[in-house]
Ligand binder design. Structure first.
Ligand SMILES: Nc1ncnc2c1ncn2[C@@H]1O[C@H](COP(=O)(O)OP(=O)(O)O)[C@@H](O)[C@H]1O
Ligand SMILES: [Mg+2]
Length: 466
């Protein structure tokens, strides 16, 4: 007898179809003979398996045949094969929405799928996996459950998915009482789990502790959001770095970052084609990434690759000050002594672009030589922004140069600079006092100009500009 697994949960979008597909592909790779059955009229599983309408019968016809006892097609006619994954499947389409009326007409409406998939033909499959529709109170789901030997509940690690588990379990208990096959719960599979969020962790804990009747959201203690203080170089440190940078190989790029605020991943991905010497500007068009490999054959390994900047605003053009342009031209001259026609701006002696760790190691050694410690490379970007605000650069312009999503974000990030301008800005309000034409007493009355209410205070002296 085949292992028949129902993958089911009332909530949609929790990863049922994805689970069916992945488990099916995994079992297939392990050498098992697998059949995936799409029981959802949305036919997502069929579409993932690259099913194209081909005029041949789908799952709805298979059910219809069983109920009507008119077997016009062989079981083999219902089976398609995904060539890439070598996976057999029975597709679904919109016709499935009309099947409930037909299923209801069967005297034993809950056992239609069971009669089909327990027949001789399907015994060649070691595993048959049902991708159930998004519902529990549904004849197709109860059919699937009555046919299955195992039930798998994919639960997205979020509240609404979690809350739909009890309904599914009740349905399962009800089926178990009337079914001959008595499926058992293979497991609850937590999907889309993000260990950095409290919600994911709480749902996971609640599920693993079996506390499915409680609202796990009530257990959540939200952490206080502490804004990390940003690191900015003091003017002394900045001067020292700039002075020393002229003696080091990649010093040009310390200076370039201090006057453009580039992110390290943007800086390392710069190519000469991104610099327009005729317009004195630089285009940020790509970033250098280091990412974890998800291929199980290379555990814990990472690879680097180039990508587009994360947001549309990060793709930007930065006009360069003249000194930066001269600096880059000098570097280009030096670099061409080592490498013929280099592609990347920052390269090692063999013309290879630099990686984050290599560059950071170099930068830290450079800091050590300058007698400065604990200043990240990103602090150069913050220093650029702080300097720009102090020098009065337009906030919208600065936000665009930094590649921020909004001016509000820029202002929020660099609020510390703005607060140091508070005194200067408030001093502008002095003007209102200059509107007085001569020194006046302070009046404490609600009815001004009546002599008896004027208290005897020394007159306030106001200087009037000539
Ligand atoms: N483990 C996962 N990580 C990230 N995205 C996922 C994961 N599982 C599913 N998804 C995505 O979530 C969406 C809903 O998944 P799907 O399998 O169609 O859910 P369901 O069948 O329960 O409606 C899809 O866009 C799918 O690509
Ligand atoms: Mg689905």
């Amino acid at each position: 007898m085949s292992n028949i697994i129902s993958v089911s949960l009332e909530k949609g979008g929790v990863g049922k179809t994805t689970t069916v597909l992945n488990i099916g592909a995994g079992l297939q790779q392990l050498g098992q003979n697998v059949l995936l059955v799409d029981l959802d009229q949305q036919s997502h599983l069929s579409r993932w398996l690259e099913f194209q309408p081909d005029g041949k019968p789908t799952i709805s016809k298979l059910i219809y045949q069983e109920v009507s006892h008119i077997h016009s097609n062989d079981f083999a006619d219902f089976i398609r094969r995904n060539e890439k994954g070598k996976l057999d499947f029975i597709p679904a389409n919109k016709m499935l929405s009309g099947i409930y009326a037909i299923l209801g007409a069967d005297g034993e409406s809950n056992t239609v799928l069971s009669r089909i998939f327990n027949s001789e033909f399907f015994q060649k499959y070691n595993y048959i996996i049902f991708d159930c529709p998004t519902a529990v109170d549904n004849l197709l789901v109860s059919n699937a459950l009555q046919t299955s030997t195992k039930l798998l509940l994919p639960v997205q690690a979020e509240l609404l998915a979690y809350e739909s588990v009890p309904a599914m379990l009740q349905r399962y208990m009800a089926i178990k009482q009337i079914s001959d096959i008595k499926p058992y719960i293979q497991g609850i599979l937590v999907t889309m789990f993000n260990g950095r969020t409290n919600m994911s962790n709480e749902v996971f804990t609640a599920l693993t502790d079996g506390l499915v009747n409680q609202n796990c959201a009530l257990n959540i203690t939200l952490p206080k959001v502490e804004k990390q203080e940003i690191q900015v170089l003091t003017h002394g440190q900045e001067n020292c770095l700039i002075k020393e940078s002229y003696f080091y190989r990649y010093g040009t790029f310390v200076r370039l970052t201090l006057c453009t605020g580039l992110r390290l991943e943007e800086l390392l991905a710069l190519k000469w084609e991104d610099v327009d010497f005729s317009r004195n500007e630089l285009k940020v068009r790509r970033i250098l990434h280091r990412c974890k490999n998800y291929d199980s054959s290379c555990k814990n390994s990472t690879s680097i690759y180039f990508d587009e900047p994360k947001t549309a605003k990060s793709k930007r053009t930065i006009p360069l000050p003249k000194n930066a342009i001269d600096d880059l031209k000098l570097w280009q001259e030096k670099q061409s002594e080592e490498i013929y026609n280099p592609d990347f701006i920052i390269t090692d002696r063999n013309g290879k672009h630099l990686e984050h760790t290599t560059f950071k190691k170099y930068y830290n050694r450079f800091l050590d030589k300058c007698g400065i410690s604990g200043i990240t490379f990103h602090a150069l970007r913050h220093t650029f922004a702080t300097n720009a605000l102090e020098k009065g650069m337009d906030k919208k312009v600065l936000s665009e140069i930094l590649g921020h999503s909004s001016v509000a974000f820029t202002l929020d990030t660099y609020a510390h600079v703005l607060s140091s301008f508070k005194r200067e800005n408030m001093d502008l309000m002095n003007d209102i006092y200059q509107k007085q034409v001569k020194a006046q007493n302070i009046v404490l009355s609600f009815k001004p100009f009546k002599k008896q209410y004027i208290v005897d205070l020394p007159p306030k002296v106001v200087q009037i500009e000539s």
